[in-house]
Design a protein around this ligand. Structure first.
Ligand code: MN
Length: 204
């Protein structure tokens, strides 16, 4: 039997850091504190065998993109080390967005670039990233089931429903190729359920 993985006070500090950094932030168009998402991602990383560094990266994976850009990344590197910082950086699809330095790429272009970039990422980074996507997709599915086929659910995204579905479908395809296993399959199943709850099934 594999020995138990022990979390240290680094994890505790990361949790506190995450709650401070994302304090007051809520999940898009909801009243759910943002930290709920970070806890879910860290939990999934640990449930699927991730290390402490990976779980910490799970807690901090949105800190750079949402809360501070490059200076935030440097702060994370100083506090939690270069491995955590590298995973967080790889999970941020455009750091330039938050630092305001460069012009934001078009949405679809940015997503395609991100999906393409997955093939250059190591398995540890992929697991954190996949845990993030699974929780995001599951949150959409939960709201669809809770609220019925309310088109309003899709209004929270800056892009039309079909674009959001396209994005998750592409992610599921990529992850099932790059990180084969139960969690990647689960993302695929959630995407199927999103289609079933929303739109006629696409021809394949
Ligand atoms: Mn996230």
């Amino acid at each position: 039997m594999a020995s138990a993985m022990t979390l240290t006070d680094r994890f505790d500090r990361a949790l506190l850091y995450a709650t401070h950094v994302h304090g007051g932030q809520v999940r898009k168009s909801t009243t759910i504190p943002y930290v709920a998402h970070l806890l879910a991602v860290a939990a999934t990383v640990l449930e699927y065998g991730g290390s402490e560094d990976m779980a910490i990266a799970g807690l901090l994976h949105d800190a750079v993109e949402d809360q501070g850009g490059e200076p935030r990344l440097n702060d994370i590197r100083n506090r939690f080390g270069s491995r955590v910082a590298a995973i967080v950086e790889a999970c941020s699809d455009s750091i330039a967005n938050s630092s305001g330095g460069e012009k934001k790429l078009q949405w679809r272009e940015r997503k395609l670039k991100y999906i393409k970039s997955l093939s250059h990422k190591d398995k540890e980074t992929l697991l954190v990233s996949l845990a993030d996507k699974v929780h995001n997709a599951r949150s959409i599915l939960r709201d669809l089931r809770k609220l019925g086929i309310g088109e309003k659910i899709w209004d929270r995204f800056s892009n039309p429903k079909k674009d959001t579905l396209w994005y998750y479908e592409e992610l599921a395809i990529a992850f099932r190729k790059l990180l084969k296993g139960q969690l990647a399959n689960e993302l695929g199943q959630i995407v199927v359920a999103l289609h079933e709850n929303n739109a006629p099934r696409r021809k394949r």
